[in-house]
Design a binder for this molecule. Structure first.
Ligand SMILES: N[C@@H](CCC(=O)N[C@@H](CS)C(=O)NCC(=O)O)C(=O)O
Length: 228
């Protein structure tokens, strides 16, 4: 049960898994405190942050003395601890197993494939001042296409959300990854009506928290656009 103390989350909203956590917290009005960690300034490599998470990665959650890393675990902890609608992480065994099925798949599919496009188009050129490696980008886009095909055919074929009739933490993890290439001006759902309809359903389910969490990403896109 929730106690009087506030749960703290260490986040950088340019990070996809951090946004998923931010959306769950804000759209469910879970009282919390955000501790911003600016990855671009290396704040995840400071001794203080390293003692919290030796992996030097965000997100991190601290609930009293309990420190938890890994977005998947944090989302499920929050959904289980707080009195939020049960659909976020269902208690019924098979429905819960469907969420776990997606989130296990997510970390070797949706996440690396969407993130790679952003890394190649935005991060590396910014950090190295080098042009985009078109060959690697082409390969990454093809891998991402394969993942998008699977999201459509395996997860969304007969149901409105990835794991059933209602939104779960799986949808948050997925949409936040699929939004990331937008930072480079690339809308990867443009020619994917099924995924676009799913995205609209996710947006309506979480309301303003969607755009609030993505404001930093939109700003990256807009700054790049202005430079072109
Ligand atoms: N599997 C972890 C991944 C966390 C992760 O890769 N975080 C990135 C930001 S999206 C990070 O902190 N990167 C900093 C670094 O690796 O130096 C999760 O889902 O929480």
């Amino acid at each position: 049960m929730a106690t009087g103390r506030l749960v703290e989350v260490y986040l950088d909203l340019l990070s996809q898994p951090c946004r998923a956590i931010q959306i769950l917290l804000t759209c469910n009005k879970i009282p919390h405190r955000v501790r911003p960690v600016a990855l671009r300034r290396g704040e995840h490599r400071t001794p203080d942050f390293t003692s919290l998470n030796p992996m030097q990665k965000v997100p991190v959650m601290v609930d009293g003395g309990f420190v938890l890393t890994e977005s998947d675990a944090i989302l499920k902890y929050l959904a289980t601890k707080y009195a939020i609608p049960e659909h976020w992480y269902p208690r019924q065994l098979e429905r819960r197993a469907r969420v776990d099925e997606y989130t296990a798949w997510h970390h070797t599919n949706t996440r690396p494939h969407a993130a790679k496009v952003f890394i190649l188009e935005v991060l590396l050129p910014t950090q190295l001042g080098a042009p985009v490696d078109e060959q690697r980008l082409k390969q990454a886009l093809s891998q991402l296409d394969d993942t998008l095909d699977k999201l459509e055919s395996m997860f969304l074929r007969r149901q409105p959300f990835l794991c059933g009739d209602d939104i779960t933490v799986a949808d948050l993890l997925a949409i936040c990854e699929l939004m990331q290439p937008l930072g480079g001006g690339r809308d990867i759902l443009k020619d994917r009506p099924l995924l676009q309809r799913w995205k609209s359903r996710v947006q309506s389910a979480v309301g303003d928290s969607f755009d609030e969490a993505h404001a930093v990403l939109y700003a990256v896109r807009d700054r790049r656009r202005a430079r072109l």
